[in-house]
Design a protein around this ligand. Sequence first.
Ligand code: MN
Length: 290
Amino acid sequence: MSRAISRVVAGVRKKEGAGFEVRRPFPTRELALADPFLLLDEFGPTNNAPYEAKGAPDHPHRGFETVTYMLVGDLEHRDSMGHAGVMGPGGVQWMTAGSGVVHSEMPSKERFEKGGPVHGFQLWVNLPADLKMIDPNYQELQPEQVAQIETEAQDAQGRLIAGEALGARGAIETTLPTSYQHWTLQPGSVVELPFPEGLDVSAYVFKGTALLGDDARRVPEGSFAMFGRGQTVRMGVDAAAKPVDLLLLAAAPLNEPVARRGPFVMNTEDELRQAVVDYRAGRMGYIPRG
Ligand code: MN
């Protein structure tokens, strides 16, 4: 049985970080989370004038993972574990904040000074109670390290940011079984993917109008669709429509209490208070400078 669409919500435009605009399917008033996924932000597509591009200066995280996927432009990362690097188009960064990290996510000096287009995504993946305080970790993929998903459909291209799909295996070691895919579907294409029944599957359509689920529900750009139970996930595009780009997410829900405040996501209010205390005391470290 192919999965039907159980719910569709519209993304909301918000300002984030030092003031860059994002389109956010969740969390919103309508949808608090897509357990275990806590947040999905699409930044851009936008074109910055010189000296206009903004980022997210030094800030902490604890209790979850942040996953950044760039399509256009770049992002320069620095963190309290001593990592520093510039992620370019097609690059992936999977940061496990665990017990605590301080990092900055900024346009590179070159992109800031010259301006230019930017488009990318950040996904927050929750950690279960017994793994929230694991050691921080950092993984990154260059564009050529992102696995292609082989399908018989010539008119569909799948990139595996993490997890498994149709025999392809992503290079990122996810903490819990998680699949994160980017699909580009040409008009008239149909792709059907098997997923283990214990995983919740959802899709964020960021370009075009997709036909999703066993009844080919029309899901327009900027919408987030959740699939119900079943063995496979079907996605396609009307033959007369424009090409579609979408992100596909799959994971088993944690079904745990979620206490969140800004950059911290724990299970209880007490743990949140402790996170603030630990951050202020410098226990999440500092970004080395100079
Ligand atoms: Mn961050």
